[in-house]
Ligand binder design. Structure first.
Ligand code: 8ID
Ligand code: ZN
Ligand code: ZN
Length: 353
């Protein structure tokens, strides 16, 4: 069932909590009966990959670990139970590598909530290697006309922000504030919001991100959290009637903006928490939350249908988020820049170098 597949491959391996990643050769795995083997061409680098290496979350990773969950490539082998994926198909490895498909949540297509998930680049090896395994029923189906390099960040960042925008309930013509708009998820969020007819107010730091958000990605306004004297007022003023945004998507990787969002969200508005800073807590005034009828909720990646829809927005040419490509061997440098908040948009790694 397979074409020429090497027995060894290049990979970036986390060998101990805290890193760094080690660029080395490791064996290529064989897919199980319900799995496919994907020759990863490109993989986006998500902040989650850095959290995984640093051990930021109250959920242990496998160790040693190959990170990565925005892997786009070509199917090169499939297990004997896999009937609807062909060798040569384009496919993506996303965060949810597999789920039980039979629990209360999986039965109603809420599979990210499955209590026994397989998580790419966390509990199973992910896409920072040349050949990656995934459960066939969870791979992202990528149409042949899509560019694998440009679509790779859609496989986590795109799906996640598209889902979060839906969860916010914000309608076309209304306002959403994107906190962390200059980052990987944020730049995608601005493009999805625009495609969905929603006005986006971008919050992030620095002039490079301002230019990117407003000139390239169509944000209606940009508020610089590093220089704004009154961020709450600035965000409210950016809405036509001054009442604040109908929704807020929090993508930032620190705690403060999670608290601040409840100060400027419109009454009856919704705050959707997506960013996952280490050891962070939500805090909002009970009085305001009650009397202004504010909703605060979480949103976690997307299901198979969200994946298909997010990819279709890309296929139609509606999603053009900026990315820079470097060799897989450069991954540790990408983490360094990410840690310092220096990345505007997404970095993608090319697994051939
Ligand atoms: O399903 C999910 N919930 C999910 C899926 C994927 C990723 C959650 N995440 C999480 C990641 O684990 C991470 O915690 O979302 C967060 C953002 O991921 P990312 O977009 O990949 O990170 P980034 O590219 O580093 O962007 C973060 C941006 O936040 C800005 C930074 O300047 C950067 O551009 N930022 C920060 I840090 N503090 C800010 C603040 N106070 C801020 N922007 C505005 N205000
Ligand atoms: Zn991710
Ligand atoms: Zn399940």
């Amino acid at each position: 069932m397979s074409q020429e597949i090497p027995t060894e491959q290049w990979a970036q391996v986390v060998e101990a909590k805290g890193g760094p990643v080690v660029y080395k050769k490791i064996p290529v795995q064989k897919p199980g009966p319900d799995e496919v083997l994907i020759n990863i061409k490109y993989s986006g680098v998500c902040h989650t990959d850095l959290h995984a290496m640093m051990g930021d979350w109250p959920l242990p990773t496998k160790m040693p670990l190959v990170g990565g969950h925005e892997g786009a490539g070509v199917v090169v082998a499939r297990g004997e139970l896999v009937k609807d994926v062909e060798i040569g198909d384009y496919a993506g490895v996303k965060w949810l590598n597999g789920s039980c498909m039979d629990c209360y949540f999986c039965r109603q297509a809420d599979e990210p909530l499955c209590p026994e998930p397989l998580l790419s680049g966390y509990t199973v090896d992910g896409s920072f290697q040349q050949y990656c395994i995934a459960k066939a029923n969870h791979i992202a189906r990528i149409p042949k006309e899509c560019d694998l390099e440009a679509i790779s960040p859609v496989l986590c960042a795109g799906i996640t922000v598209y889902k979060a925008l839906k969860e916010s309930g914000v309608k076309p013509g209304q306002y959403v504030t994107i906190i962390g708009a200059g980052g990987g998820l944020g730049s995608m969020a601005l493009q999805y919001a625009k495609a969905m007819g929603i006005h986006a107010i971008a919050i992030d730091g620095g002039e490079e991100k301002r230019t990117m958000c407003v000139d390239k990605l169509g944000a209606a306004a940009y508020v610089d959290f590093t220089t704004s004297k009154n961020l709450v007022q600035d965000v409210k003023k950016a809405t036509a009637d001054g009442l604040g945004p109908h929704g807020v998507i929090v993508l930032a990787v620190n705690e403060k903006p999670f608290q601040q969002a409840s100060e400027y969200v419109r009454s009856r508005g919704t705050i959707v928490c997506v960013g996952l800073p280490a050891n962070a807590f939500l805090k909002a005034p009970v009085f305001d939350t009650v009397t202004r009828m504010v909703t605060i909720k979480g949103s976690y990646v997307g299901n198979r249908q969200d994946t298909a829809e997010a990819i279709d927005f890309f296929r139609r040419g509606l999603i053009n988020a900026p990315f820079k490509t470097v060799g897989l061997s450069e991954l540790q440098n990408v983490y360094k820049m990410m840690e310092q908040g220096q990345i505007a948009g997404r970095y993608v790694v090319d697994t051939s170098r």
